[in-house]
Design a protein. Structure first.
Length: 211
């Protein structure tokens, strides 16, 4: 489903795996595998409109007209640390992509994002960036990360998450209306601590077994 540059996936496999991902009884190994599988399934749609060119391919039976990626440079940028869980499945789809990292944490009192790390390819301004973070809660970290990318000259950005809250989507649409948002599920909203409800808990803790 697409509405106002927001893509919410209704594919049965994504919905099934997201249900398992949410379950509080899902252990770290299973959670990591599910997050990877969902990210890869989403990756097919996130990259649906990448440009292609026609080429001639020699098959065992003759010459065929085929289409390959035009060669547009892509960079995957996970927001540390939870975004790391979405990188490998995306790289399996786009093995030539470069990878950058942005470290942002949310101040527990103000709920405002604080940057502590940013390492990007030198030519990132000439690349299309796919920004990765499992959770879009208040939207502060994602919006700040997009600010960091734009400050370094990036003009083409896609944001991909597993679970989103309406508050986070509204903030991104307000601050960065040109950035498409892709998510597996849109939840009810945030609690008083800024966590998505019903959500799935802390994605970083569940990915890395630190809960």
């Amino acid at each position: 489903m697409k509405e106002n540059n927001v893509f919410i996936f209704d594919h049965p496999l994504i919905q099934h795996k997201t249900a398992l991902l949410r379950d509080k009884h899902t252990n770290t190994k299973e959670f990591r595998e599910l997050a990877s599988e969902i990210s890869m399934l989403m990756g097919y749609e996130v990259t649906r409109d990448l440009p292609t060119v026609e080429v001639d391919v020699e098959t065992p039976m003759g010459k065929a007209k085929a289409r390959v990626l035009e060669g547009k440079k892509l960079t995957l940028v996970p927001i540390l640390r939870a975004g790391l869980g979405m990188v490998d499945p995306m790289l399996r789809l786009i093995p030539s992509a470069k990878v950058g990292h942005i470290g942002v944490y949310r101040d527990p009192k103000s709920l405002q994002p604080v940057e502590y790390y940013c390492k990007l390819p030198e030519d990132v301004a000439n690349r299309e960036v796919i920004l990765l973070d499992p959770m879009l809660a208040t939207g502060g970290s994602a919006s700040a990360s997009i600010d960091f990318l734009k400050a370094r000259g990036v003009t083409h950005i896609r944001f991909v998450c597993l679970i989103a809250a309406p508050e986070g989507i509204e903030l991104l649409k307000k601050n960065h209306p040109e950035v498409p948002i892709y998510c597996a599920c849109l939840d009810e909203g945030l609690n008083e601590h800024g966590y998505i409800v019903p959500g799935l808990g802390d994605a970083g803790d569940r990915l890395f077994g630190t809960k």
